[in-house]
Design a protein around this ligand. Sequence first.
Ligand code: NDP
Length: 616
Amino acid sequence: MTDLPTASLDNMKKRYREERDRRLRADGEDQYVAIEPNSEFDADPYVHQVERREAISENVEVLVIGGGIAGLQTAVNLRRAEIDDFRIIEKGGDFGGTWYWNRYPGIACDVESYIYLPLIEDMGYMPKLRYSTGPEILDYCRSIAKHFSLYEKAILQTRVLEARWDATDCRWVVTSDRGDTFSARHLILANGALLHRPKLAGISGIETFEGHSFHSSRWDYSYTGGDPQGNLNGLRNKRVAIIGTGATAIQIVPHIAEAAKHLYVVQRTPSAVDVRNNSGTSPEWWSTLEPGWQRRRRANFEALLVGTPQTEDLVADQWTEIWGVPQPPPVADGVVPDPAAQRELADNYDFEQMERIRARVDEIVADPDTAESLKPYFTTHCKRPCFNDEYLQSFNRTNVTLIDTRGRGVDRISSSAIHVGDGSFEVDCIVYATGFEAAVSPARAGGFQIYGRDGVSLDERWRDGVKSLHGLYTHGFPNMFLVGAIRQSALTINFPFIVEEQARHVVEVIRLLRAEHMVTFELSEVAERRWALEIEEHSIYDEEMTQNCTPGFYNNEGDVTQQRPLFADVYGVGPDEYTELLAQWRASGMWSEFELGSASALSTQTVGHAVEFTQP
Ligand code: NDP
């Protein structure tokens, strides 16, 4: 690392601040418009005919809501624990979750497939590429479902309407839009905790547009032609605008650019776009991997991202390059490292990384003004870094125009054009790559309400923030688990890793409760308070840094003072340590933090949330 003159770093911080201030809006998060379930923008483009069937009325031991990676991993663990009396309800037409909905051209996972794909050793699967394409991941999800006979458990194309705890029978009653009623002993919410519910920019006139438009997570191939590999022949004579330049748009743009008559890329804030450098998997290297390699590779990756010293960097890609925390020089025993010096080291490193990314724009983009517009001026942690070897190159094409709104966004949409400042751009099609609501409650994500003991809804209970233990259970909601939780859980960009551990843990807790003939259990409020304190003690949340970031969903669009942002309340020690903590808790503390009800109590109908306390 080079020693940077302090003046240039200070100047850059000033520039970052100016860029941020320019983007702040009084309406903050309210600038977005939610896409409501069953609305036009929410329609499932991948199901051409809704399968007709009779309404189902069923009692099961476990009901899993969601058939994405979290639901799949939960179901696999249920199979392994020989808890076979379960169902999975999924609103889409297949398994896959994120990878079911997001099928836009160019879709790929930006986390290395070797650590991303779940159950890879169990499945004996060698990914084709170091960074898998969306179709490969979707196919892989389906193959997991087939391998563990999960299709026979799945109720697809079915949207949950309500989940309600029945205190008399001590069961969850779940209803669906197909007239189904399920009664379940345990309810597992695996229905998309992080970025599931698409949103539109609140631009006036969206509804007046008479051309074709859709959200990136509902790609309309019947209009564009082609498939996730590209070849969008339906756009040959079309003028297309894509609104948004986040991680999704970065992957889409090269494919529309290749096909459309003209593409307008409407930018509010440029992304930091680093090298991808994808490659095929080497079978020779693959054959050298020893059992347990994926867990070790994942743990090593996570450790580097939270700054735990490692002797090697197994993944060694741009993630660990950009977000790897630089290690300060060792200090003598008994000497406390100087926090100001550590901060300076981190600032310098970050500045150096962003300078490298800005220099890359100049190397690739021919027109200097366009290149300047495409340079990101914020620190690496403000927005998700992107990795792509075709995006910036697209701006050298004559059929691609960057509309740099300099932080303001689109002003208005009319029947045939988008309007920015004095400019009007006639288009046939608008693609909204405007993202998703972030880490909303399971009720909000799924578009259904969850009522616990005494008819209290989960949203009411969590009005002032999530209250839980490990992000997985909450007081007042007996026999209910969350898998895929972010808030009060551990933070990772390799989501399937944490989900795999949560799913294994939750099913193990159910298995232990079963072994003790416990039919109800409910987390105590004391346990919730204990966990909140533990999170606070180990917090890595830097409010000042987050507040100073350019607006986006990482910092509640630039205002963290009203509401805790997405990553504020996470277990900061690291995801690997979080999973160890879950195992220790199962082995020791678990029984004292629940109020339990046994089967014998149930038979006399006296079981409530605290009938019988069992300490094995
Ligand atoms: P984002 O929320 O990251 O981006 C939304 C984009 O829309 C931003 O560029 C935003 O600008 C822009 N925008 C919003 N309102 C307006 C407006 N009024 N006018 C013009 N532009 C506007 O959504 P994405 O779908 O790109 O990404 C969401 C997340 O999905 C990522 O952060 C990542 O976690 C995940 N993802 C993961 C991938 C993977 O490989 N694993 C791939 C793709 C996505 P501004 O920045 O100014 O707010």
